[in-house]
Design a protein around this ligand. Structure first.
Ligand SMILES: [Zn+2]
Length: 383
């Protein structure tokens, strides 16, 4: 079926077309340009001068709306998918926690089932982000320490056996974890430094072995010192690395967000939420991997005050990064669309509004509030 989205400011995001239309055929973008809506289409959606952008892609999110990836159920992934669609997200990587092997495996299987039999009316999971368990205990943050361990070949081969691991976050400076770098890359996954105490020199070595992505830059990694550039120095300076960051105004000072974007550029810096089940829920007590967490005034913390993920949404992240950095809107959208798509190797079909790519679209008002969200040419959310 051919449909058109007519009369919007289309941000592809590398180009901007004022008063343009998008022609969608069988769930794919067929053309972008003026006057397309006049052609033979079954339905025309009037964008009414609003912003038309690629759907947002969140590669690091644990949960939302009371659901958690570690619930390991279709219902949980569906609940997240519906909530995310209302915030402009069209695809996401459900993210696991440092837990027992069989519990992580169960979550990987649940996500796999949602990929095999797609979710209706929501964002689509693109595969799993494994956060841990092979991390540095001293940088655990809210990852439960009793489950922190070094890589075991049998276990990670098991986790990768279904072929749907998109990213794995671990501490690459730990000797037993080093082989995992090449293994993950050979399976098409991003090899991600995070919850790590790597020195700058260890970061150089890790990048030479294939590390190409960083989990929530600055948070739970060895900081920047002028004589010890640390993990952060490596993430900011080594060009191979895609750098995730949490633009909630809590995890990072707005000036530090600006610093990350200036150093990495919109082609290597990407917005994530790191949201947890309490995102989209009232302030109160929730649970993360068997630990009590408190959601209060936009921040999520363990009882001892440690930040434990966020209550951020992708639409808010885009609004925040624009405010924090003053960068052009197209760059802010790029950091939520094309850059995350490239970072996980799906830019051949996701992340931009170009002929032949999936028709994953978000329509935004001038304040970047979500008016409607479309996945593969189907409207899944309308404000
Ligand atoms: Zn996380």
């Amino acid at each position: 079926m051919r449909i058109a989205i007519a009369g919007g400011t289309v941000i592809t995001p590398l180009d901007i077309f004022e008063g343009a239309d998008i022609l969608i055929d069988d769930g794919k973008v067929a053309a972008v340009g003026p006057g397309l809506a006049d052609s033979d289409v079954a339905r025309t959606i009037d964008a009414g001068g609003r912003i038309v952008a690629p759907g947002y892609i969140d590669v690091h999110t644990h949960g939302s709306a009371g659901h958690d990836t570690m619930d390991a159920t279709r219902e949980a992934v569906e609940g997240m998918a519906t909530f995310f669609a209302a915030h402009g997200v069209t695809s996401f990587c459900p993210t696991t926690l440092t837990q027992a092997h069989e519990d992580i495996m169960a979550s990987v299987c649940a996500v796999y089932e949602c990929q095999e039999k797609p979710i209706e009316g929501g964002a689509q999971p693109l595969g799993v982000h494994l956060e841990g368990p092979y991390i540095e205990a001293g940088k655990k943050g809210a990852q439960p320490e009793e489950h922190v361990r070094n890589a075991s070949v049998g276990d990670y081969k098991d986790l990768f056996s279904l072929g749907n691991i998109r990213l794995i976050t671990f501490a690459p400076e730990i000797e037993q974890n080093k082989e995992l770098i090449g293994f993950a890359r050979s399976r098409g996954a991003a090899a991600v430094v995070g919850h790590s105490a790597a020195t700058y020199e260890q970061m150089v070595e890790a990048v030479n072995l294939g590390i190409n992505h960083a989990t929530h830059t600055f948070n739970q990694m060895e900081g920047l010192h002028h004589r010890k550039p640390g993990t952060v120095g490596g993430v900011l300076l080594l060009r191979e690395i895609y750098a995730e960051f949490i633009a909630d105004g809590v995890h990072l000072h707005p000036a530090v967000v600006d610093m990350i974007v200036r150093l990495k550029g919109p082609e290597k810096a990407l917005l994530i939420t790191d949201a947890i089940s309490g995102a989209g829920m009232p302030d109160g007590d929730y649970e993360l991997g068997g630990q009590k967490i408190v959601v209060k005034e936009g921040a999520v913390r363990l009882a001892d005050g440690t930040l434990a993920g966020s209550a951020l949404t992708m639409d808010q992240a885009v609004r925040n990064v624009r405010r924090f950095t003053g960068r052009p809107l197209s760059e802010c959208i790029q950091m939520a669309t094309l850059t995350p798509a490239r970072s996980i190797g799906v830019a051949d079909r996701k992340g931009s509004l170009e002929r032949g790519k999936d028709a994953d679209v978000v329509i935004l008002d001038q304040d970047l509030n979500v008016a409607s969200t479309m996945v593969m040419g189907e409207v899944v959310y309308q404000a």
